[in-house]
Write a protein that binds this ligand. Structure first.
Ligand code: ADP
Ligand code: MG
Length: 728
């Protein structure tokens, strides 16, 4: 039937899809030749820069030394030449405004000469600082339009890279984005500040242990989940195009209950797409390592080897963008939304996080010597205390309309932030708390500075997939992060809260040591106190269970069920004091972020509700009316032929009519609540969106989804869940 052409054409196009066979193949270009070829890396700099310039820039990158403008000039010239050799005509300061996406404004290398010609020019000035006319980015009240300019500042700790396009290439320079008054307008600036704070406090602790590291940095390895569906289906779904998720769709007869997708064989087209994505990412120096099918049909995961958290954050943005770009070449559409399909597993991002010194030692790895173990226990205690004290901020770091569909929906961890440590480590922690007097399951007693920790199983945490924050042998895994989110936010919160905890620990230990006490004895004395302060946040059981929710409440752990409940924690006095003390956010910056994030929530719900009205009214209702009239016609035909229509057919007509009526009245109700003026500011509006608009939207959806189960298939206009998830 022609009424449902978009959907049926989509199915035909999917079936007819053929690979074009034009792409680079790993067989012809091995990884070794590809990895990092588009990165202005350490190696490129070493081979192209004069030695003293190379040393100076390395000093800036590794130790944070200030950058001499003369050095910047030389680096800029060399970078430009390198980029032009790689076909670049333009450069861009690549930054991450509060939209959660990346932004770029391209400038060509051309500069006019006095003689009226043009030459390729790019100096230290252009490298170090840019002035995008960025007045349209939301600043949460930090800038008014008359002082709208912000500037971008080069981040030399994340390498510049070349982005390829079939017709040319662009040099991309990772930058921070600030207002003229120096206030952060982006995700990178506070991340860098938090890394600075963390390094400073961690070094104080390391120094007590006699280490001579000169920098500590957080490491991050985000495991990224995503969906791929055929582009033809995507184009036939206005909700996917505009909201990133389906706002309608009845549950298919076959969902994920057979679990036949997880780790299953990857389809040929999807695998081809993955291979090309990886090839592009290798060129950009992104060390992607694993790929597999995920739990839901059409869902997959990609994970890199961990890197310094700043570079890992930039690289995760590149992963998301590259996946999207390459998917298009294979007729596929990438869906990064946390919950593209109701009733089907959503997508998250497991952010693995640890601490490393500049010699590459993992500070959260239990060591082989008593000395290493004492140090490990101190850092472990620091993280536990931090999460116990500021779980609400970690929750706020992942608060986002899309993630509200996952958290607490028994597929992702609940919104209650607890820490999983596993049986063995729990036993050690218990023993330390009791003063090292009891013998452990793993044998012996724990005396700091004397005992060696038993080898902890590396996969202990992997068996408990329900925990939002799990210790997995030598790192923590923050599992509640949304798939589409930048990992800058979760990282910077972790860095800051752990910096505070390390600061307090260092202060206590420094005081004892300077008054002549033995470090190990002091740690042995203080560990029980630190553990006692934080043990209420440890939970090794099933985080999905009802019993845990009740238990968490008894323990006083916050349970912020929605974005709207969580975001106000960002501007609580405790948060303002913390971020202010470590120079990560000023109070004004925190308020600005609070406003931007809440407004983003309101805009998201607003777009979704308008779309719901539009699709229900203009796509679903007409299809239902057509079918209603077909059924009515059939009944009257029977009557005209002297046949008594069966009561079931009349029931069908009645059911259709009643559901159509429901749909129409619910559309009207939703349209009305959308138009309501809400006074009282952004937070009041967000509460209204959550309590009034979302329920009204769900009511429309229910009627629409019921119609999907009634209306004739050949009249149904929207690609169904079954088609989108299973036709590949
Ligand atoms: P699995 O969890 O499947 O056993 P891995 O332990 O290799 O896999 O790690 C999963 C993710 O954690 C990968 O992205 C990996 O790079 C990252 N990861 C491993 N070690 C660290 C670390 N020290 N810091 C941050 N991330 C890490
Ligand atoms: Mg994992």
């Amino acid at each position: 039937m022609e009424q449902a052409t978009a959907r049926l054409n989509a199915i035909a196009a999917v079936t007819a899809w053929q690979p074009d066979g034009q792409r680079t193949k790993f067989k012809e270009t091995p990884i070794r030749q590809l990895f990092g070829i588009n990165v202005f890396s350490d190696d490129v700099m070493r081979s192209r820069l004069p030695e003293h310039i190379f040393k100076a820039i390395r000093n800036t990158i590794k130790k944070g030394a200030p950058l001499d403008p003369a050095v910047a000039d030389v680096v800029a010239t060399v970078m430009k030449e390198w980029a032009i050799e790689k076909g670049a005509t333009h450069y861009t300061h690549w930054f991450q405004p509060m939209t959660g996406l990346t932004a770029e404004k391209h400038d060509s290398f051309l500069a006019p000469t006095e003689a009226g010609a043009a030459i390729a020019e790019f100096s230290g000035k252009e490298l170090v600082r840019g002035e995008p006319d960025a007045s349209s980015f939301h600043s949460g009240g930090i800038r008014s339009t008359f002082e709208a300019r912000g500037y971008t500042a080069w981040d030399p700790t994340s390498p510049a890279f070349i982005l390829e396009n079939p017709n040319g290439t662009t040099l991309c320079i990772p930058t921070a984005f600030c207002s003229w008054t120096g206030e952060a307008l982006d995700k990178k600036t506070p991340l860098l500040r938090s890394m600075e704070a963390l390094s400073k406090q961690a070094l104080r602790v390391l120094k007590l242990f006699g280490a001579d590291a000169s920098k500590v940095y957080p490491t991050a390895g985000p495991e990224q989940e995503y969906f791929l569906i055929d582009k033809n289906f995507y184009y036939a779904r206005p909700d996917l195009i505009n909201a990133g998720r389906t706002l309608f769709g009845a549950k298919p007869p076959k969902g994920q209950e057979l679990e036949d997708h997880y780790f299953g064989a990857i389809s040929e087209r999807v695998l081809a797409c993955m291979l090309e994505t990886e090839m592009e990412l290798y060129k950009l120096g992104v060390p992607v390592k694993t790929r597999h099918n995920e739990v839901a049909p059409a869902q997959y995961e990609i994970a890199p080897i961990f890197e310094n958290a700043n570079v890992a954050t930039d690289h995760n943005m590149l992963v998301m963008e590259t996946m999207k770009r390459v998917a298009g070449r294979y007729g596929l559409q990438l869906l990064l939304h946390e919950k593209p399909f109701a009733g089907v597993n959503g997508s998250g991002k497991h952010v693995n996080w640890s601490l490393s010194d500049d010699e590459g030692n993992n500070l959260l790895k239990p060591g082989d010597t008593p000395h290493d173990n004492a140090q490990f226990l101190v850092f472990l205690a620091a993280v536990l205390r931090a999460v116990a004290k500021h779980g609400d901020l970690l929750r706020a770091a992942i608060a986002y309309a899309g993630n509200d569909h996952r958290l607490g929906a028994n597929e992702a961890p609940p919104a209650i932030l607890s820490v999983f440590v596993g049986e063995q480590l729990q036993d050690i922690i218990d023993q330390i708390e009791k003063g090292g007097t009891r013998s452990t399951k793993v044998g012996g007693t724990m005396t700091v500075g004397v005992s060696i920790l038993p080898t902890l199983p590396r996969d202990a945490g992997d068996r408990n997939r329900t925990s939002p924050f799990a210790f997995t042998g030598n790192k923590f895994e923050f599992r509640a992060v949304g798939s589409s989110q930048s990992i800058a936010g979760p990282n910077l919160v972790l860095n800051t809260i752990v910096a505070e905890s390390l600061d307090e620990i260092a202060t206590a230990l420094e005081k004892a040591v300077s008054s002549g006490k033995d470090l190990n004895a002091e740690i042995q004395a203080l560990l029980p106190k630190w553990i006692a302060e934080s043990k209420h946040v440890i939970f090794n059981g099933d985080n999905y269970s009802e019993a845990w929710h009740a238990e968490a409440e008894r323990r006083g752990l916050p349970n912020r069920k929605s974005t709207v409940d969580s975001l106000p924690d960002l501007i609580a006095p405790k948060s303002i004091a913390l971020f202010g003390k470590y120079g990560v956010f000023s109070e004004r910056e925190l308020h600005a972020r609070f406003e931007i994030l809440l407004e983003n929530y309101n805009k998201t719900i607003n777009i979704e509700s308008q779309l719901t009205v539009q699709i229900a009214r203009r796509t679903i209702l007409p299809a239902a009316l057509r079918y209603q009239s077909e059924v009515a016609q059939s009944i009257s035909n029977l009557k005209a032929a002297g046949v008594n229509p069966p009561s079931t057919e009349v029931d069908l007509l009645n059911d259709l009519t009643a559901t159509i009526q429901d749909l129409q009245s619910r559309i009207a109700a939703l349209a009305k609540v959308c138009d309501e003026h809400v006074s009282g500011g952004t937070l009041a509006h967000a509460k209204y969106s959550r309590d009034v608009v979302i329920p009204a939207m769900n009511a429309v959806r229910n009627a629409g989804d019921k119609l999907e189960t009634l209306v004739a298939d050949d009249l149904w206009p929207l690609p169904t869940y079954q088609e989108m998830l299973f036709i590949k």
